[in-house]
Design a protein. Structure first.
Lengths: 393, 393
């Protein structure tokens, strides 16, 4: 038997991060070169607490249910290792449990942590193979064509925009004229852009400075023309001074500001300035937990990025993150690639300018072609008594 | 050929009101006793404007697509006929178009309008047969066991609660401790109660007076015990003085206050008092437009209430609303019944006290038994390119 393997989830969870976990666990279980397959409870915090789950003890049906279970079934965390001392502590714990393979499933911050673990463990003379598995609904990781988690959120947001638009259209003659839906995405407009597949009248991207006067004029113009106006706003919308339109005073473990609350602010603005009846929705966690309407492409890529991480490690590779490489747009084709961890850390991939329409309120055809395959296919979970059957570990 | 038929949609739309329309149109088309089948554009406003759609001119595939299209495909409205003069105007218009059957698909206010039309037309010597078709996501219509539209919203809310709960549970060790989801329902707690199928820690009903101190104590207690707390709040939550916790200054055509915004208010309260990281979502129109996750029971009952309305009219009945009668709970069985329109007008059916748990924070087993069959079955719409194919008329 070879060294043991440790898998851990990090950062904001997604509808398909557990499918990534299953890709790792199922693939590793087939190898004679890997000993026990552990998952850390609550990400890196579980490593520090030596809180490991031996995945061979999990009921087989519960384990395979990870393919269709949203959230982080092993627990995730927002915790950044403090300094080199804490990283060394992690390495000592990994060594004590004879762990030779560490798979960290997370965003840019997590890939940075992984990279430090592999570098420092090498210096300490006990190298640990670290492979990163990309994960973020925000789709802001560089190099990879897209990140698992994003496609399903994009599908949820596009469908919700389509459905709500029909609702508003059907009642605008005598009721609500403006509907504003707030979506996540932090500094990057990818999730907001996904709503463009359902053609809302206005999309507010973090990449385009928000100006109240211009916005209100555009809303009024749209009402005059169509009778109603559907707005999708990114939580990360900023004003011309680069300040978030809505942010709370809270910061997370990485020092990122907690966002949320753009929609009601915009609704107040519209009501006051235009005297138009306005409704608003804030999707918040519903969008990133909505496994019930996950994208089939996303689920397949999630599993594949987990599987490939194990295959890379077994092939002797190290300090890489698995990536998704788009090889053809029409028909859509993709394959698994890889990138050095050090190229991922602390780089955010924003919505490119050529994906935003010239007027700044929508997306281009090129953007639609990028997005469409990512929301393709419906990967429905099984149901019992009207509710999805999700695995709890 | 007999007299013509007019169908109209009224009030807030639902994921299945178009399935009700299709039940009317498909059934009426089979009868030799009915002439043309019209639908009014934008409900009663379209009647006043003589804006009628001859449904025989609609493409067959688009028409049958009504079975899986949310919103009001013919347009709905929030408009109450002003007085007897306006009702007489409506009757004259109906007569001019040789309309002998009027089917109004709406809530209590609409059934009241229907009742007046049939009474006054009789006095005017030209009786028009009026059959009401129940519709409200709020489930607050009396007599009928449940109202089409509610089951699908209940399913959306239960699934969203389940999914978001998993999300929060997986990250609470280092991130969000409290998640608050706001749902619709106006004065009645039916939609909030539906979340109980997914066991959130706290449900806030309009039927239970909100007390900030008690609420915060319960939230803290729940965090201490479980590590996190999921709250589902009805938009219609009221304080001990009977005042809505969140309402805007806007009122609709029926004088009802526009609600919305409870979740962020509660989140501020929790953040201030408990210093716990809090996230919140407001479902708003997303919940009532979410045809992508409609309940099969709801879709079937929607069609049946439309179909039965035509059958009642052809059997010479008048001034009735079709109802759903539960004949057995386990196995769930139901049949179509009827009630006089005058018994429906301006009566709201609240969540019964025996459906609310003794501590006021959840639902009873009896309530679960009432709700479960209503969210049963998944009636997925067809998809193309990752998005549902919805009919636009």
């Amino acid at each position: 038997m070879g060294k043991n393997l440790l898998y851990a989830q990090s950062g904001g969870v997604t509808p398909v991060i557990n499918a990534q976990a299953y890709g790792v666990i199922e693939t590793a279980a087939l190898s004679q070169d890997i000993g026990k397959i552990f998952a850390a409870r609550n990400g890196i915090m579980g490593v520090l607490d030596e809180n490991f789950i031996d995945t061979s003890t999990i009921d087989k049906q519960v384990l395979s249910g990870l393919m269709h279970t949203p959230s982080g079934a092993f627990g995730s965390c927002r915790y950044k290792l403090q300094d080199e001392d804490e990283i060394k502590k992690v390495i000592e714990i990994l060594q004590r449990h004879d762990i030779g393979y560490f798979f960290y499933n997370g965003g840019g911050d997590s890939q940075d942590t992984s990279n430090k673990i592999t570098q420092i463990s090498k210096k300490m003379g006990a190298p640990i193979t670290c492979i990163g598995i990309p994960k973020t609904i925000d789709n802001d990781l560089p190099v990879t064509d897209n990140s698992p988690g994003f496609g399903s959120v994009a599908k949820y947001v596009a469908i919700s925009t389509l459905e709500a638009s029909l609702d508003v259209a059907s009642m605008c003659a005598s009721s609500t004229k403006v509907f504003i839906m707030e979506v996540m995405g932090r500094h990057a407009g990818w999730i907001a852009a996904a709503s463009g597949l359902a053609n809302p009248h206005i999309i507010l991207f973090p990449e385009v400075a928000f100006e109240a006067d211009k916005f209100c004029a555009k809303v009024q113009q749209t009402i005059d023309k169509h009778g109603y106006c559907v707005v999708v706003a990114s939580e990360g919308v900023k004003d011309t001074n680069g300040k978030f339109v809505a942010k709370s005073n809270n910061k997370d473990a990485f020092g990122h500001a907690q966002l949320g609350g753009v929609a009601p602010k915009l609704a107040s603005l519209v009501t006051e300035r235009l005297q138009a009846k306005t409704h608003w929705a804030v999707c918040d966690y519903l969008q990133r937990a909505a496994r019930h309407i996950a994208s089939q492409t996303d689920v397949e890529q999630a599993y594949a990025t987990g599987k490939a991480a194990v295959e890379f490690a077994l092939a002797g590779k190290n300090a890489l993150m698995t990536t998704i490489v788009r090889t053809s747009n029409n028909p859509y084709e993709w394959e698994i690639g890889s990138v050095e961890l050090e190229k991922i850390a602390n780089v955010e991939k924003f919505l490119p300018i050529e994906y935003i329409s010239a007027d700044g309120w929508g997306i281009t055809q090129q953007c639609k072609e990028y997005l469409l395959p990512l929301i393709s296919g419906e990967a429905y979970p099984p149901y019992k008594n009207g509710l999805p059957i999700y695995s709890v570990i």
